[in-house]
Structures are given as C-alpha cells and as structure tokens.
Design a protein around this ligand. Structure first.
Ligand SMILES: Cc1cc2nc3c(=O)[nH]c(=O)nc-3n(C[C@H](O)[C@H](O)[C@H](O)COP(=O)(O)O)c2cc1C
Length: 327
C-alpha cells in the first residue's frame, strides 16, 4: 500500500480525502461515520452567519435573511435546530470522538461583529476554520471591487482573532481569480477551497414558481476546479483543496496532479453511500501503486508544473484545437 498521508494547513491527515461541509457532517454520529468510512478529515456542516445573529440578538430584524437565499432555505429546512451553542457542542464531541482533524465551517456574507464568535469555535477545539463566503451580487450599483473587499475584510477580521488555520471556500466566479486568491492569502487564508457549488435555481413550469435545482454534482464538474487549481497552485503562497465533481479516485488523482493538497467529497457520498469514500481512497492507492508513486508528494502538482512552462501556448493551443477540430 502506498503512503497516502499528507498535511493540510498544518494538520496531519491519514489521507487527502476530506468530507466537505454538508448534511452528512451535521451531527456527531454523521461525523463519526465519515471517519469510520475513511475520511482524512471532516468539515462540519456550516453554521450560517444569520444563525449566529439570530441566536445572539433573538431579534429577527437584526438578520436580513433575504440577502441570502441559501441561508434562508437552509434555516427553514433545518428548523434552526443547530444554533451556535449546539454547534460548539458538536465540535467538542467530534473532537473527543475522532482522531482526524475536525474543521469547523461558517457561511458568511458580511464582515460584521460575528467574527468574534470564531474564537469560540477555536476554544471548542476546532482544528481549523473553513469560511464559506458566498456573496451573491445582485445590484448593478455594486462593483466587483466592493464585493471582493468584503471577502478580504471577512478573512482579515477572522484571522486577527484566531490562531487556528483558516481555509476560505469560494465560488468560481471572479474577473481575476488569481488576484482575488492572492488577496485572500495575504489577508490570512492558509488554504482556498475551490470551489463551492452554489444553490441551483430551477423553475416549476406548471406552478410557475422557482424551485431548487438538482442538488448534486456530476464528475463532469471537475473541469473547473481542475483548471483553476493547476493555474493557481504554482502562483500562490497558500494550499488548495479541490471541491466539486470528485466522484471517484480518478478525479482525486487529477486534482492532486494539478496541485491540490487535499480533495473534498460530498455529492458522491449522498448518491452512493459513505462506503464510496473508502473506494475513492483505494482507487487512489491503486493508481499510485500502478504508477510507481510511493507517496503523494511524489506526484502532487506534476501537471501544474507542465502547464506553467508555457501557460499561454498551453491554454490558447487547446482552445484553438477544440474550436477548429484540428489537433
Ligand atoms: C445537501 C448539501 C448541503 C451542503 N451544505 C453545505 C454547507 O453547509 N456548507 C458548505 O460550505 N457547503 C455545503 N455544501 C456544498 C458541498 O460542501 C460541496 O462544496 C459541493 O457539494 C461540491 O462538492 P461535490 O461535487 O462533492 O458535491 C452542501 C452540499 C450539499 C449537496
């Protein structure tokens, strides 16, 4: 068996396969089952900033849920059963019961006072904090600069208050992802999680109402994180964790070759059960054995280095080949 061990934002993991923040990691039992299934680390289901706001103020008007449809939906669905105090207890229990790193997660949209609350997560024993920042631009008055500043302020605000490492999970939409990524790194992000997969909007054409779109990814969605991890892994001073579209060992290998430090799984576990986790890990192991790699460090980032040599030619050439059918 190959050595699958790795580090991620200063933590030691038995393997690079992390269960990403989702309903499967929202209870102590769920987290335990993920670890038993072979997870290298677990990101706990996000606590939404609005939940912290609601819990502390107990006044609905302090919380503008309309600014965040994903949170509103989530809180309605979950009946707010997991408020901040329950969340802290969940982190404590998960830490006590499991040997792998437990990463807390907060979904944030503002850079307000709530960042102080991150300290409590640290005190509860979280090994790291993943900030899932999802600001949905709606108004033409809002410039990208303004929005990106908020991302950076959130990370700066939290990193000033806590010692544990911070990973920042973002979506794929930015005019210059490298510039945003570097700003987040300078603000204190030890890793970027690329990418969050946003709530999908669909329409019920009989009832003429909006409905949630299909919740889960497919393996074809790997291409976006794959491209950006291969571009960013050689130019940033932070680590990258690949998320979206990892359904088998093949996708995990591709992201690691692109330079990811870890990969995160969610949809495939919902669709195929938690045992899929062990299968992905075994597929990674068997690929390493077949290709003569004794450890992940032996091949991580290999593709990114190839692409780095002549990035313009590489990208442009593939693009022209695809459009002209020549090549
Ligand atoms: C049911 C469900 C709940 C999720 N909840 C969260 C969440 O609370 N916080 C978060 O950062 N991401 C959440 N996600 C996004 C996943 O962590 C992951 O980034 C996304 O599903 C893409 O990965 P995948 O292709 O492996 O599914 C959720 C996804 C699903 C399907």
């Amino acid at each position: 068996m190959a050595d699958l061990g790795t580090t991620y934002i200063g933590l030691t993991l038995p393997n690079p396969i992390i269960v990403s923040s989702c309903g499967l990691t929202g209870t102590a039992k769920g987290i335990r089952q993920c670890v038993e299934a072979g997870a290298g680390a677990v990101v706990v289901k996000s606590l939404f900033e609005e939940q912290i706001d609601l819990d502390v103020s107990s006044q609905q008007e302090h919380s503008d849920l309309s600014s965040h449809p994903e949170a509103s939906e989530y809180i309605q669905q979950m009946g707010k059963h997991l408020g901040p105090s329950a969340y802290l207890k969940l982190i404590q229990t998960a830490k006590r019961e499991n040997q792998v790193p437990i990463i807390a997660s907060v979904n944030c949209v503002s850079s307000e006072w709530w960042v102080d609350w991150a300290r409590q997560l640290e005190k509860a024993g979280a090994d790291a904090l993943e900030l899932n920042i999802a600001i949905m631009p709606r108004s033409p008055e809002q410039s990208c600069d303004e929005i990106e500043k908020r991302y950076v302020q959130i990370v700066e605000g939290v990193s000033k208050r806590i010692e544990i490492p911070i990973a920042v999970k973002i979506g794929p939409y930015a005019t210059s992802l490298p510039a945003l990524a570097r700003a987040l790194t300078r603000a204190g992000a030890a890793a970027l999680v690329l990418f969050n997969r946003f709530y999908q909007l669909d329409v019920d054409i009989d009832k003429l109402t909006p409905t949630p779109g299909y919740q889960f990814s497919t393996p074809n969605e790997i291409y976006q994180p794959l491209r950006w991890i291969s571009v960013l892994s050689t130019v940033l001073d932070c680590q990258l964790s690949g998320s979206t579209g990892v359904h088998s060992g093949k996708e995990a290998v591709k992201l690691l070759l692109a330079g990811a430090q870890t990969v995160q799984l969610c949809s495939t576990l919902y669709c195929n059960g938690l045992e899929r986790l062990g299968e992905v890990r075994d597929e990674l192991d068997s690929w390493m054995e077949t290709n003569g790699f004794a450890s992940i460090a032996n091949f991580r980032g290999h593709l990114a280095q190839v692409a780095q040599k002549e990035p313009e030619t590489f990208e442009r050439l593939q693009y022209i080949k695809a459009l002209t059918g020549v090549g």
